[in-house]
Design a protein around this ligand. Structure first.
Ligand code: 2RA
Length: 330
C-alpha cells in the first residue's frame, strides 16, 4: 500500500513513522511529504532513508491513505486534493473536526461511524482522545451528565520549540520563548488561544469534540487546560457526574475490561498513572478511581496517556488499520 505522511519531519509526523513501523502497517511505498523547506531531506523508515517530497508531488502519486500532521492551513488546502484522487485522508489538525459531515474518530469509541465513502477523517485533539477512551465505557453503562476536567498538558503538545524552551530554561540558557511565560518550574493556565468566552481553544475542543465523539450533545463539560513542564504525556483530573448510580467495584471492572485502557490503581503501593511512565506507550492509563462523596452519582478519575502516540499518531494509524480491515482503502 502507498502511504503518505504529510508533515513527516515534524514531532508528530516522526512518531507516525515509528508507529507505522511498529504496528507493521502494510506500507509498500512510504511517501513522506512536507513543506518546501523540508523537500529533499530524508526520513528513516524500515531502516531505509526515504526522500521527503512536496505535498503536491505526494498527491500525484495517489496514495491509498494520507496521514496528516501539518497544521490546519495545510490540511484545508491539501486534504480535498488528496480526496479528489481517491486517497483517504486522516487529519490530525483541528481543521475538519467539527464539520458535521466529517467523522471525528477514536476507534475504541466510535469506529462504527466510519463509512467507505468517507475520504476525509478527523483525528481528535490529544486531550480529548484519552478522555473519551477512559469515560465512554462508563457512559455506556451509567450515562454521563456532566464532566469537570483539569488537564496537565505536556509541552510536546505545543511542539519541538516548546520542548527546547523548557530545557533551555532548565539549563539556564537563553530560550526562544514559545510560551508567553517561563514554563520550567511553572504551570500556565493557557492552552491554545483565548476566546471571547474566557475559555481557550484547547478547552473548547474538550467540550465540542467529547460531545461529538460520544454522540451526546447534552453532556455538560467544564474544562481547564494547564500547560506543565512535562514531556511524557498529558494527565487529566476528571470528575464525572452520571445519570445513574454505580458501584466502584463495577466501575473498576468495566474500565479493566475496556479496550485501550490500563487500570493502575493501588494507592497502598503508590501505584497510579504518571506521564513519565506512560511515555512511548499506546494505552490510556486510569487510576485514583474514587467516588466523589460531595455530589451524588459522581466519580473522580486520573487519566494519563502519551499525547504524541495514543493522543495523535497511534490513534490515526488505528483508524487506518480499521479502514484497511474493511477493505475501504483504494
Ligand atoms: C496541545 N492538544 O497539547 C494540543 C496539541 N495538539 O497543545
Amino acid at each position: 500500500m502507498r502511504v503518505a505522511v504529510v508533515g513527516a519531519t515534524g514531532l508528530v509526523g516522526s512518531v507516525m513513522l515509528r508507529v507505522l513501523e511498529e504496528r507493521n502497517f502494510p506500507v509498500d511505498e512510504l511517501i513522506p511529504a512536507a513543506s518546501e523547506k523540508s523537500v529533499g531531506k530524508t526520513v528513516k523508515f524500515k531502516g531505509k532513508d526515504v526522500k521527503v517530497c512536496s505535498v503536491a508531488e505526494a498527491v500525484k502519486r495517489k496514495p491509498s491513505v494520507a496521514i496528516f500532521s501539518a497544521g490546519s492551513t495545510a490540511s484545508k488546502e491539501w486534504a480535498p486534493r488528496f480526496a479528489e484522487v481517491g486517497t483517504t485522508v486522516i487529519d490530525n489538525s483541528s481543521c475538519w473536526r467539527m464539520y458535521p459531515e466529517i467523522p471525528l474518530v477514536v476507534p475504541e469509541v466510535n469506529a462504527h461511524v466510519l463509512k467507505p465513502e468517507h475520504k476525509i477523517i478527523a483525528n481528535p485533539n490529544c486531550s480529548t482522545i484519552q478522555l473519551v477512551v477512559a469515560i465512554n465505557p462508563l457512559h455506556l453503562k451509567y450515562r454521563i451528565k456532566r464532566i469537570v476536567i483539569s488537564t496537565y498538558q505536556s509541552v510536546t503538545g505545543t511542539g519541538v520549540k516548546a520542548v527546547n524552551q523548557l530545557f533551555a530554561e532548565r539549563k539556564g540558557e537563553e530560550a526562544d520563548m514559545v510560551y508567553p511565560h517561563p514554563i520550567d518550574l511553572n504551570c500556565l493556565p493557557h492552552g491554545g488561544t483565548f476566546l471571547e468566552s474566557g475559555y481557550t481553544t484547547e478547552e473548547q475542543k474538550l467540550i465540542d469534540e467529547t460531545r461529538k465523539i460520544i454522540g451526546d450533545q447534552k453532556i455538560m463539560v467544564s474544562p481547564t487546560v494547564v500547560r506543565v513542564p512535562v514531556i511524557g504525556g498529558h494527565s487529566e483530573s476528571v470528575n464525572v457526574e452520571f445519570e445513574n448510580d454505580f458501584d466502584i467495584k463495577d466501575v473498576v471492572e468495566v474500565l479493566s475490561k475496556s479496550p485501550g485502557i490500563v487500570v493502575q490503581d493501588e494507592p497502598a503501593t503508590n501505584h497510579y498513572p504518571m506521564p513519565r511512565f506512560a511515555e512511548g506507550k499506546d494505552e490510556v492509563f486510569v487510576g485514583r478511581i474514587r467516588r466523589d462523596d460531595s455530589q451524588p452519582r459522581s466519580l473522580n478519575l486520573w487519566v494519563v496517556a502519551d499525547n504524541l502516540r495514543k493522543g495523535a499518531a497511534t490513534n490515526a494509524v488505528q483508524i487506518a488499520e480499521y479502514l484497511n480491515s474493511k477493505g475501504w482503502l483504494q
